[in-house]
Design a binder for this molecule. Structure first.
Ligand code: G16
Length: 548
């Protein structure tokens, strides 16, 4: 069987590539201005179908989202059969195909690609896709559908949904009716699975105080509304920033990225959040979660991905021990260079900790090496993975005391509560609430697990292709000489640490710095940003004032 060249040609002609643009499958798929992504999304439809054929007709996912990015951005990423990110080698193929400049070049490259990878075109192809609430979404989904129909894929439209639900649907549909079943293959199945595990985990605990949820004016608002219906009094969620109709509202002065980066509450919460009350923010596609609270003096306290990892890991370690399984099950942590030095110190005194490059895909794969792998990026993106051996151990373990039996029950319910396909803000929220209920912690006690070093994240508008890193992105290898200048600067600050890396989702270079006191962390970040700016030939008259 050969490629349906005529239908592919006709469809491709409708989706020409903008001549001047280069596309790159980055940290989380293709991501740039939504108005430029028509040709890429069409081609992703074709690639998704070929990936499915290559994997013997397994369902592949496609999500149209730009997550935390501003509303005019959009993006498209592929989801592999177990609900994980696309296998790394295919990222390069996707980039090559996305940059073919004409229909003929695209068809030639496709033909080559099919031959090189020995894709059996007679196999079926199945693709499920969804999108977030961005205005550019419907047109991009139409382009995606053109690609899918040109190659004859079986399609399923999951509509406007969160990224984690799309990942869930991919896995649930591929493992339906098998011993690895992931739950009922529908969004209702997702809500039901998580809610039912949550209810079991908090049974007998005193009612949790209501939780304010900043939905970033994105699709997470939908998921919060659904969970509220099912959970009722078990957990009262108070949605804010749940406006899905005002243009420009998405991620604007709200959401997880705003809170983490600006280290303050969204202005819209000023009159809502009372001292001591805990609140959280999702991002635009609900795969990140950040908590926070104001103390009695009105001072802001951030409970970010590092704090979530510490809270959750300590709870799981305690349950493993109480279940009598501390010799069978090894818990480990995965972080990135953005992890606060305070958290790394705290965690590595208790557990094995590994540092990997930014991007959930890197953390996910590293976490798979542990029996239970807890991975979180500081930005609130993460989850917990239970290996198949661990699931077997939990299923077969014979507890010898009632306390062991209770702990074992909790661990088993956690395997159902946690969406193990990818970071999931709603699943993580329920997980955090379970731990807070069990430990009787308020935000204050949680925050007291360890002290964060003051830190600052700065974006520099510099040509990011000039920046290459090593050592899990902690050091620059290019531009040459810049790392030595950063090292020189860092030495002057107590507990100073700083690194520079090109973003994989925005056209910027990111600078992170931390130090013993706030003013020094800010100064170090801005000085390193200044070095980056100067190094890349920024116009001195345009140099941002804060880059000293
Ligand atoms: C994506 C990735 C995350 C990553 C973030 C920022 O998040 O899934 O793993 O931390 O981008 O990446 P970068 O610093 O390379 O721009 P999201 O929530 O935007 O999908």
């Amino acid at each position: 069987m050969s490629l349906p060249l005529e239908s592919l040609r006709a469809a491709s002609d409708k989706h020409p590539k903008p001549a001047h643009l280069h596309f790159q499958y980055g940290t989380a798929g293709f991501r740039t201005l939504g108005s430029t992504l028509d040709s890429v999304t069409f081609k992703v439809g074709v690639i998704a179908a070929l990936r499915s054929k290559k994997l013997d007709g397994k369902t592949i996912g496609v999500m149209v989202t730009a997550s935390h990015n501003p509303e005019p951005d959009n993006g498209v990423k592929l989801v592999d059969p177990r609900g994980e990110m696309l296998e790394a080698s295919w990222e390069g193929y996707a980039t090559t195909l996305a940059n073919t400049s004409s229909t003929e070049e695209f068809l030639d490259a496709l033909d080559q690609f099919v031959k090189t990878l020995r894709i059996d075109l007679s196999k079926p192809s199945r693709v499920v896709y969804g999108r977030d609430t961005r205005p550019s979404g419907p047109a991009l989904v139409a382009a995606l559908e053109d690609g899918l129909s040109a190659i004859g894929a079986e399609i399923r439209d999951a509509g406007v949904t969160t990224t984690p639900i799309l990942h869930y649907l991919v896995r649930a549909s591929n493992y339906k009716g098998t011993k690895d079943s992931y739950g009922e293959d529908s969004s209702e199945g997702y809500y039901e699975k998580l809610s039912s595990a949550f209810k079991k985990l908090v049974a007998g605990k005193s009612a949790l105080p209501p939780l304010i949820v900043d939905c970033a004016n994105g699709v997470g608002a939908q998921a919060v509304a659904e969970f509220s219906k099912i959970l009722g009094d078990k957990l009262k969620l108070i949605p804010v920033n749940d406006d899905l109709s005002t243009p420009g509202a998405l991620n604007n002065a709200c959401g997880a990225d705003f809170v983490k980066t600006s280290q303050k509450i969204p202005p819209s919460l000023t009159s809502v959040l009372k001292p001591g009350q805990r609140a959280c923010s999702l991002d635009g596609d609900a795969d990140r979660l950040i908590y926070y609270y104001l103390d009695e003096r009105g001072q802001f306290h951030l409970l970010d991905g590092d704090k979530i990892a510490a809270l959750v890991a300590a709870f799981i370690v305690e349950l493993v021990k109480n279940a009598g399984l501390e010799h069978e099950i090894r818990v480990g942590i995965v972080q990135t260079a953005y992890a606060n030095g305070g958290s790394t110190k705290y965690l590595s005194q208790r557990l094995p900790v590994k540092c990997v490059a930014t991007g959930v895909k890197h953390l996910h794969h590293a976490a798979e090496h542990y029996d239970i792998g807890v991975y979180f990026e500081a930005n609130g993106h993460g989850t917990v993975l239970f290996s198949s051996d661990t699931l077997k151990t939990l299923a077969e373990h014979q507890p010898s005391t009632p306390a062991q039996s209770t702990a074992l029950g909790h661990l088993t319910n956690l395997t159902q509560l946690i969406n193990q396909t990818v970071g999931d803000a709603l699943s993580d929220l329920l997980l955090v609430e379970v731990v807070l209920a069990h430990k009787s912690y308020s935000g204050f006690e949680w925050d007291s697990l360890y002290v964060d070093l003051p830190n600052r994240l700065v974006k520099v508008a510099a040509p990011r292709h000039l920046f290459k890193t090593e050592d899990a992105e902690r050091r620059l290898v290019s531009p040459p000489g810049l790392q030595a200048k950063i090292d020189e600067l860092v030495r002057r600050y107590e507990a100073g640490r700083s690194f520079v890396r090109p973003s994989g989702t925005e056209d910027v270079v990111r600078v992170y710095a931390e130090a013993m006191v706030r003013a020094q962390a800010d100064e170090l970040a801005f000085r390193v940003a200044g070095l980056v700016y100067d190094e890349t030939g920024g116009d001195p008259s345009q140099r941002p004032a804060e880059f000293l």
